[in-house]
Unconditional design. Structure first.
Length: 279
């Protein structure tokens, strides 16, 4: 499915302040494309995927999925979060089956589909294990299987590997890339990690400091599987990091200005630096 943002603006009222999260956001994600979104903290990355998922709505502008304006959640769009959020009292198999059960899928059919999804993420030996018996990486694999079993057309991933150790993260990056290439699903993947973004993506969208807008789009046309030490890949990473550094410095200056105002008045008189921490 194709995703289109047209002149999207989004703000929130938090702690009595109106915070502009997104400003004039325009971009298109083509069907079957793996797109990564990078940007400094608070730039609206998570807001972007909430708008696609139909959990938030633009203040102005429009978000389209397959030429239809997003007006609410859809079974064709599934999210995977940083926290696997598995039901602790259910086994891996029961967790993966859960969505199908709610959807009324026949028991035999949902078992077949769940086992296939679990195999796809290499957890077949742990179908009867409970979340507390799994490592962090294994729990996240189960969460990905739970999303894939619903056969979504669009997979939204909000920093799904951020809490994992480096080795596990690299392993899951390779597995996710393999799954996406095999299934041809449209993926929007939010990350703070430039290396991760360039390794996974067909295109990288760089967001500006708040209010977030698309500052640059970087096509990654290198063949797969990619080599992390490929000079061409490293050159793209250097370009992105240089541009991203400017945006991070803007955020730092905003925070310093706020700290200065707090020190003078003893109260927040401008933008509270904690506002939008979940944006």
């Amino acid at each position: 499915m194709r995703v289109v943002f047209k002149r999207v603006h989004k703000s929130f009222v938090q702690k009595g302040q109106r915070v502009q999260a997104l400003s004039d956001v325009n971009f298109t994600i083509e069907e079957g494309e793996f797109t990564c979104v990078l940007g400094p903290s608070g730039c609206g990355k998570s807001t972007l995927i909430s708008l696609i998922a139909g959990m938030e709505f633009p203040e102005s502008g429009e978000v389209f999925v397959e030429s239809r304006k997003v007006e609410g959640p859809s079974k064709d769009i599934i999210m995977v979060f940083q926290d696997a959020a598995l039901f602790p009292w259910l086994s891996v198999l029961d967790n993966v089956e859960f969505g199908l059960k709610i959807a009324g899928v026949d028991a035999a059919k949902r078992r077949e589909r769940a086992l296939e999804a679990i195999k796809m993420v290499h957890l077949s030996r742990f179908v009867n294990a409970h979340p507390h018996e799994l490592s962090g990486g294994m729990r996240q694999r189960a969460a990905i299987a739970r999303a894939l079993v619903m056969d979504p057309k669009i997979l939204l991933m909000d920093e799904p590997f951020a809490a994992l150790d480096a080795q596990t993260r690299e392993m899951l990056q390779a597995e996710l890339q393999e799954i996406q290439q095999r299934t041809k699903k449209t993926v929007l993947f939010v990350t703070h990690n430039v290396r991760e973004a360039t390794f996974l993506a067909d295109r990288v969208l760089e967001m500006s400091a708040r209010p977030g807008t698309v500052k640059h789009v970087y096509p990654i046309t290198l063949p797969r599987p990619r080599r992390e030490q490929d000079p061409a890949l490293l050159a793209i990473q250097t370009r992105i990091m240089s541009s991203l550094k400017d945006e991070i410095e803007k955020v730092a200056r905003q925070e310093l200005d706020t700290d200065y105002q707090i020190s003078k008045s003893g109260a927040v008189t401008a933008v509270d630096r904690n506002i939008g921490s979940n944006i």
